[in-house]
Design a protein around this ligand. Structure first.
Ligand SMILES: Nc1ncnc2c1ncn2[C@@H]1O[C@H](COP(=O)(O)OP(=O)(O)OP(=O)(O)O)[C@@H](O)[C@H]1O
Ligand SMILES: [Mg+2]
Length: 588
């Protein structure tokens, strides 16, 4: 019931639509009662008395009533469809906004497909019910009550005979719905399995071909397809078994009316006009009854969907602005980690253990270490993708938790390890963090990131669409666009997580040249594997299983017999023996 209350909150802003819907509903209800009564008057009074002009009047009013019915039907459909769509829009906006603010770990635990289906399918089943299901349920119930009322008023014995079959019809319809519903659920499940296979095959087509597994995939899809066909056949069987029976019961109402009513008319107990009016009313009753199963089903689906939606809205974001948080001032850029210990909520081990270091404003910090040692996790703490369990991260001596997330993140430019670009033009992608940037600023950032040259060669330059429906970019080109995107933010702190891993050494050199100019007076944190990058850093820390095992200036670290020296030697050694192949040398 609490769920209904919350749903109701989404209806309130559209109360004008609700009122329009109800007015049209009531007028449909009243107008729907008139045509049978008009026919009855024509047959019983006007025709026998031979008053042809009153027949003409009655026919005219019959036409008018039907016209008004049409208008009211239009009003009802239009307003309740609109109501449903608007509510769905509000709900989807709320869900999307909430998801945007959700902490990153939520998305790790929650399957993407599940979130998608909640925001799209669950909202649409709610929308269907709120849009027309609920209104039809109410208006059908009222129609049935009022129609039976009028019928009783006309002739109660006759009414009992005429509606006798309806309880049976209602029973059959609801039972049919109970049987068909689980089958429909399975149809949807099979459908989603089928699309999953299809989607994986299309997006993973290179892997499939590389491993020559085409016939296996064809077989897999064939099996899924068979499953889909099977459950659909089952559905068709149940439907074709029941539907004729429902049809038969519906016509039984008319048959019993004619049979019993015919006798009554013949023996003058009721008038012919009443018989005709009853026939009209029976039609008014058949459809609401036949729709009953579907509407109840719609209601159940909506009731099942609603808690799933509110569950998302009720999951608080673990990382939110503290009530006392303030807007961050412009940073000078001193970055300090003080005894930072961090563990993922679903992980068994501490990913970072008592990490401490300081980078002065304007300096370049390089973080190195083996794969899985915690480098990406460490830099993720700077823009507060996660918060550490112990210790603190300070900028200019102030704990970053005391700033609002937005003002903190606006001063941090970040290039993530797995570059994500959106389906938009290159210019739009670069300007992602600052949509108001001018073309000149975009181009400047692109030049610094060494992206301008290849962008200029594209047929539509900066207006070339990329992503899903646009041109494909190579791994290195994507990285350069992502770098330009971070540089355009003019950040006080720049974080690069292997941001140049996919570009060739010469381009990387050019990028570094450009960066050393722009990064004057800003702080950079760079995760890298190439010695050439690391050697340029002012300070290096080496991570191993989440612990800082070495730290110092690159020159000092070479002297120690540790990870850095090993890396230095192996890459330098290669340089001396094979100077032409500098591109691919990495230590992981
Ligand atoms: N969201 C997460 N939830 C749970 N564990 C995680 C999560 N992200 C990373 N880990 C674990 O934390 C550890 C450190 O991961 P991290 O990505 O920081 O390593 P990395 O040093 O960046 O590695 P690489 O050089 O391969 O990029 C790994 O053992 C990884 O399995
Ligand atoms: Mg990483």
């Amino acid at each position: 019931m609490k769920v209904f209350k919350r749903l109701f909150l989404y209806v309130i802003p559209h109360c004008r639509l609700v009122i329009t819907t109800f007015i049209s509903m009531l007028s449909i209800l009243v107008l729907g009662l008139l045509p049978p009564l008009i026919l009855r008057t024509v047959v019983d009074i006007a025709l026998p008395s031979g008053a042809l002009d009153s027949v003409a009047w009655l026919v005219a009013s019959y036409i008018l009533v039907n016209l008004l019915l049409g208008v009211s039907n239009y009003g009802q459909w239009y307003s309740f469809e609109l109501l449903g769509q608007r509510m769905a829009r509000d709900l989807q906006l709320d869900l999307h906004n909430h998801l945007q603010r959700m902490h990153l770990e939520y998305f790790r635990k929650q399957k993407t497909g599940d979130i998608m289906s909640r925001v799209t399918e669950d909202v649409s089943s709610l929308n269907e019910f709120m849009g027309w299901g609920a209104i039809l349920l109410v208006s059908n119930a009222l129609t049935v009550l009022v129609t039976i009322g009028v019928m009783l008023w006309l002739n109660w014995q006759f009414t009992v005979a005429a509606v006798a079959v309806f309880p049976l019809l209602g029973f059959v319809v609801v039972r049919f719905d109970k049987r068909i519903r689980p089958i429909w659920t399975r149809v949807r499940e099979e459908m989603s399995k089928l699309t999953t296979v299809l989607q994986e095959n299309v997006s993973g087509v290179r892997t499939v071909k590389a491993f020559a597994r085409e016939s296996y995939e064809v077989g897999k899809f064939g099996a899924r397809n068979k499953g889909f066909l099977g459950v659909n056949l089952e559905r068709i069987k149940v439907e074709s078994n029941t539907q004729p029976f429902i049809e038969f019961l519906s016509s039984l109402a008319i048959i019993s009316l004619l049979w019993y009513g015919g006798g009554q008319v013949a023996s003058d107990r009721i008038s012919l006009g009443t018989l005709i009016a009853f026939q009209g009313y029976i039609f008014n009753l058949v459809w609401p009854t036949r729709m009953l199963g579907m509407l109840l089903n719609l209601m159940e689906q909506a009731l099942a969907a609603t808690p799933r939606l509110f569950e998302i809205l009720d999951t608080p974001s673990a990382i939110i602005d503290a009530p006392s948080s303030t807007t961050a001032p412009e940073f000078a850029g001193t970055l300090e980690f003080k005894d930072v210990t961090f563990q993922f909520s679903d992980g068994d081990n501490e990913v970072l253990k008592a990490v401490s270091f300081t980078v002065e404003a304007g300096q370049v910090l390089a973080i190195i270490g083996g794969t899985g040692s915690g480098k990406s996790t460490l830099v993720g703490l700077i823009p507060r993708f996660f918060d550490p369990q112990q210790g603190e991260v300070l900028i200019d001596g102030v704990n970053i938790r005391s700033y609002t997330l937005e003002s903190l993140r606006r001063q941090i430019g970040i290039v993530l390890q797995d570059t994500v670009l959106f389906s938009a033009t290159i210019a739009e992608n670069i300007a992602y963090g600052r949509p108001d940037a001018t073309r000149g600023e975009i181009e400047r950032a692109a030049r610094l990131a060494q992206a301008h040259e290849f962008v200029a060669q594209l047929p539509r330059g900066y207006d070339t669409p990329i992503g899903e429906r646009g041109v494909g970019l190579s791994g290195g080109q994507k990285q350069r666009v992502a770098l330009a995107r971070a540089l355009l933010m003019n950040p006080r702190i720049l974080v690069l997580d292997e941001a140049t891993a996919s570009v060739d050494t010469h381009t990387e050199y050019l990028i570094q040249e450009g960066l050393s100019d722009v990064m004057q007076g800003r702080t950079s944190v760079i995760i890298a594997k190439r010695l050439s990058t690391i050697e340029q850093a002012d300070y290096v820390i080496v991570l191993e299983h989440g612990e800082v095992v070495e730290q110092g200036k690159p020159r000092e670290l070479v002297e120690q017999h540790g990870y850095f020296r090993k890396m230095y030697l192996s890459q330098h050694h290669n340089d001396e023996t094979a100077p032409a192949a500098t591109d691919s040398r990495e230590v992981g």
